[in-house]
Design a protein around this ligand. Structure first.
Ligand code: HEM
Length: 459
């Protein structure tokens, strides 16, 4: 099935590499192919065949059970440019038994009781962001909202997961945030295998390797300090780091580097994803004044002029929830997931021979007319309480056992930041920027959502 190859030897790689070079989202091309060739398409890479299916039944079957393993793509994330990156952490472990053990150990750090306790740090860091934005809110200064969102989400994950004060909102030049950005840009390189072998990129790749080294060293240091506090009988928070250490204590011959894998995993999985969602939400609200007004009115109604949000407020911010969900329909910041097909299967009447990689993609399905009326229109009413629920076409946090452990965490955090932002500022997009998406593995706004801000007069 699917489009004819560019060439017998190189498959569809020339088309894909050209799109990457032009900073285009390859999934838009895949969507064109789906429209032209049907719901199951075959994409030939340089040394790999991928099957893309947009059938909700396939999404259901492959994500809701543990029968289909995560694909070998995750091995590349384990070792980036030959250096251990996320290793066998929770996100990249492909084997069910060790993954399940890790997941059970981590679950308490995402329980409702624990998450309610995070409202303090969410409010505190969001308030810090508001102070920084107030300094710039004169209606003239241009603010790259994506940078500001990246910094606040980095400070939050560092604090609440690992008890670290990174303070990137104060000083973005400290080594840890710089190393994270260097590695994230490394993920752009990873998309294009050819780039890895270009001699001009050697220095860049070395920089990424060194950045990973710095992140892992910081992780080792942070783990050592917490272990000492536990051994000394000090009171420690029941945060993600404590859970990681508890899990290690239960293992007889635990590999200490696996703790570091999870340190990295939570920084990578828990920061950029949320900051991109916040940035796209700001972008769409600034483009849709009626929706902006409606959500501002709700925030005013629920929190008035109070500075901090209570846990109970979050459930009342229903329209804001709809806005955040609709943001992830059009811009699922993790666009999809990949499963290994180890036995032949049939999808929509098409025989899929094993072994293959099966691509399931929320970005593509979220933009299909078959599933969403007028799909390119940003319309939070799609997620109104009485609207029909999407049937396996919407999975920005994936679904089933390997779905996102941080989903509730992320949406609580996003609501606190957005509610404060909506309460305090009116924002206007600076003209001349594009609304394009940059695909770096996660999706982010290419031009960074540049806005001018003014304090809200009604507050
Ligand atoms: C897994 C999305 C925030 C931690 C995933 C997956 C998706 C996802 C799609 C599945 C990945 C795959 O199949 O390869 C998102 C989005 C977020 C978000 C859209 C924010 C808007 C977070 C946060 C944390 C987190 C805040 C941590 C505090 C994880 C972890 C996994 C994961 C550890 C692996 C789970 C497992 O395999 O058991 N996320 N995520 N995520 N996410 Fe998130």
């Amino acid at each position: 099935p699917g489009p004819p190859r560019d060439s017998f030897l190189f498959g569809h790689s020339p088309t894909i590499l050209k799109l990457m070079k032009e900073n285009k989202v390859i999934y838009d091309k895949f969507l064109d192919w789906v429209k032209q060739y049907g719901p199951v398409i075959r994409i030939n890479g340089l040394h790999h065949v991928m099957i893309l299916s947009v059938s909700p039944e396939t999404v259901k079957e492959c994500l809701m059970s543990t029968k289909y393993k995560k694909d070998i793509f995750y091995e590349q994330m384990s070792n980036l440019f030959g250096v251990r990156f996320m290793g066998n952490g929770l996100l990249t472990d492909r084997d069910y038994v060790p993954w399940h053990k890790q997941r059970r150990i981590m679950d308490p750090a995402f329980s409702k009781t624990y998450l309610i306790g995070l409202m303090g740090p969410f409010n505190e860091n969001a308030e810090h962001l508001m102070e920084k934005l107030s300094d710039k809110a004169d209606g003239k200064q241009q603010v790259r909202m994506h940078d500001m969102m990246s910094r606040v989400t980095l400070d939050i994950i560092a604090k609440v997961a690992f008890g670290m004060e990174i303070n990137s909102l104060e000083d973005e030049e400290t080594p840890f945030p710089r190393a994270i950005s260097a590695v994230m840009s490394g993920l752009v390189e990873l998309r294009n295998p050819l780039k890895r072998y270009l001699p001009g990129n050697n220095k860049r790749i070395q920089n990424i390797r060194e950045s990973i080294g710095l992140l892992r060293d910081t992780g080792r240091e942070c783990i050592k300090r917490r272990q000492k506090a536990i051994d000394d009988g000090e009171d420690v928070p029941g945060d993600i780091l404590t859970q990681i250490l508890k899990g290690a204590a239960l293992e007889e011959d635990c590999d200490p580097e696996n703790l570091v894998d999870n340190f990295i995993t939570f920084f990578i999985a828990g920061q950029e994803t949320t900051s991109n969602q916040l940035s796209f939400a700001i972008l769409e609200l600034a483009r849709n004044p009626q929706i902006l007004e409606k959500v501002q009115a709700e925030v005013e109604d629920v929190i008035g002029s109070r500075r901090d949000l209570e846990y109970e407020d979050l459930g009342k911010l229903k329209y804001l929830s709809q806005v955040l969900k609709e943001t992830l329909r059009l811009y699922p910041t993790v666009p999809g997931t990949i499963r290994s097909i180890d036995e032949d299967m049939v999808i929509e009447g098409v025989k899929i021979p094993a072994p293959s990689s099966l691509v399931l993609n929320s970005y593509i399905m979220g933009r299909m007319e078959e599933y969403y009326e007028d799909p390119y229109t940003f319309n939070p009413e799609r997620f109104a309480p009485d609207a029909p629920k999407p049937y396996f076409t919407y999975f920005p946090f994936s679904l089933g056992p390997r779905s996102c452990i941080g989903r509730v965490f992320a949406q609580m955090e996003a609501k606190v930041v957005m509610a404060k932002l909506l309460q305090r500022f009116d924002f206007t997009l600076v003209e001349g920027q594009s609304f394009k998406i940059l695909d770096t593995g996660t999706l982010r706004p290419l031009d960074g959502v540049i806005c001018t801000l003014r304090p809200r007069t009604s507050m």
